[in-house]
Write a protein of this length. Sequence first.
Length: 188
Amino acid sequence: MCPPEIDYQSAEIDALLESAKLMIVSARTAPKSAGIDDIVALIVYGKEKDVIADEMERMARERGLEGFKRDAKNVRDSEAVVLVGVRGSRSFGSNCGACGYRTCEEFDKARKVRGEDFVGPTCLFKSLDLGIALGSATKTAGLLNVDNRIMYRVGAAALRLKVLEEATVLIGIPVSAKGKNIYFDRAK
């Protein structure tokens, strides 16, 4: 009797989705300022992933920015996208002033404004937490030999679609396994 078989395409899809799950665990367990977790994360794939790519293409047309169109192609050519964001409108409580306000109390009272892509002002410590979470997630992908790239445009489109809308800043990390990394040596 022949052993069961798993073709390489099925294996790659399964492995990429499992890798994306491990990337979320890495983002979740990454160190955070004062141990306060304001990180949010989600995996999108299939039709939901392509809806984000559609929105990126719409944004490219509206803004006349080819980078959105180029990155939308990368999203379409990826198996999944890991979205990692932060609730950046929550102050840290250090009165550091990096947000543009003298105190965290002033920051907390400030009107939060949605720009073209994200909501601000953002607490610097929350931004740092997001960066560390993104680094942890991409490190995990690298250890697993999963091609990936941090892309702010993916997160901007996802936020516009109200995906993880509690995030004030959202970043996308598409993942793939091809013969050549699709996220580098791209046309501008």
